[in-house]
Design a protein around this ligand. Structure first.
Ligand code: PMP
Length: 373
């Protein structure tokens, strides 16, 4: 058996582990921020129709620029943010992870650095590593927000080419005010302009935007050519299995990612399925409203149990504090409930499920906290 260490692997990948939330099959799975609702039957039928249509021309490569799908995504963003977007400002790929990778391939790379504020979405630093981009971990406050003065100091010290602002943030659920995003955008531009006159790319990862109490900051892209917002159909559209992510930015950013995307990266089947799901946006956003109400209920009930719960603008809730979060994670699993230990000291994260799943989770928390009394 050949071990990975015997391979001529890149040095920075030696001894590292791949991204991996445990995929365990237990009665209540609340660990990967998926929607608990299967797609409605009418949408399943529409997908079957659209995929059958696409299948008739599978001998041909798909539309390389996904023009029709990008127009639909632009219309969705226009309708939900109230900010008019042109299809030329939108780009789509296989999950927002691929969008983020394309951004780092185009704007990061060897000799360049990206900055994020931890704890945050672990794939930001993993994709940085995969693209040979240096990584700087900036601080968060006690409440898991981003302090502008502290963040500006890190930006001035390191002058990163790329800055990640995850809002609402995974795994904490914290959203950033528009003023913070604007201040850090300006700081990042100033720091880089001092070096090469070109500014920095600021990526607002809005994977959970539809679940937020705050309006999206996406309209801020207007007149700010290096401000990007990334989105996904994995969460609000309840379509994690589809693998469709997208970005909104200046058309020049879309031109830039086209330099690194693989030709025909988005299959005809994916384009047809995503397009069908977008036809059902209103129905799917109805589920989002239900989940937001359930999320707020889970927050209240956990607080009533005396737990420390982080304010959440996402479809999950961070809760604690536990002397040994790993032990609580295992005991919840013994009760048939899978949550996520993201390595934030003393805290766990639970995805919002159906009312019944959330009740099962809350019952398990009550039982586990009683056991340790
Ligand atoms: N960004 C954040 C903050 C996420 O939490 C996730 C998924 N967990 C993603 C991006 C990637 O999502 P996807 O590739 O499914 O679009």
């Amino acid at each position: 058996m050949t071990g990975i260490d015997q391979l001529p692997l890149r040095d920075e990948l030696r001894g590292k582990s791949p991204y991996g939330a445990p995929q365990l099959h237990v009665p209540v799975q609340l660990n990967t921020n998926e929607s608990p609702h299967p797609l409605p039957e009418a949408l399943v039928r529409r997908i079957a129709e659209r995929v059958a249509e696409a299948a008739r021309t599978l001998n041909r490569y798909p539309d390389r620029d996904a023009v029709a799908l990008r127009a639909q995504l632009a219309a969705y963003l226009t309708a939900t943010t109230g900010h008019p977007l042109d299809p030329a400002q939108v780009w789509a790929a296989n999950g927002s992870n691929e969008v983020l990778q394309q951004l780092l391939q185009a704007f990061g790379g060897p000799g360049r650095t990206a900055l994020g504020f931890d704890p945050s979405y672990s794939m930001h630093s993993l994709i940085a590593r995969g693209t040979g981009t240096g990584w700087i971990s900036g601080p968060r406050t006690e409440e898991f927000g981003v302090d502008v003065a502290a963040a500006e100091a890190v930006i001035r010290a390191h002058r990163p080419e790329v800055v990640f602002l995850c809002s609402p943030n995974n795994p904490t659920g914290t959203a950033l005010p528009a003023e913070t995003i604007l201040a850090l955008y300006e700081a990042a531009q100033d720091a880089r302009r001092a070096v090469d006159g070109r500014g920095a790319l600021v990526v607002v990862d809005e994977a959970y935007a539809e679940f937020s109490h705050r309006p999206s900051t996406l309209p801020l892209i207007e007149g700010r050519p290096t401000l990007v917002h990334t989105r996904t159909m994995s969460k609000a559209f309840g379509a994690a299995g589809l693998r469709l992510g997208y970005l909104a930015a200046d058309p020049a950013v879309v031109d830039a990612v086209q330099l690194v995307r693989l030709p025909y990266h988005l299959s005809a089947v994916t384009q047809a399925t995503a397009s069908a799901a977008l036809e059902f946006a209103d129905t799917l956003l109805g589920f989002v409203e239900e989940l937001k109400a359930e999320r707020d209920r889970v927050v209240e009930e956990l607080r009533a149990l005396g737990l420390d719960v982080t304010v959440s603008d996402a479809n999950f809730v961070q809760f604690g504090r536990f002397a040994d979060a790993g032990a609580v994670w295992r005991r919840l699993l013994d009760h048939g409930v899978l949550v996520r230990d993201n390595g934030v000291p003393g805290r766990l994260r639970v995805t919002t499920g159906t009312r019944a799943e959330n009740d099962a989770f809350l019952d398990a928390v009550r039982a586990v906290t009683k056991e340790s009394d």
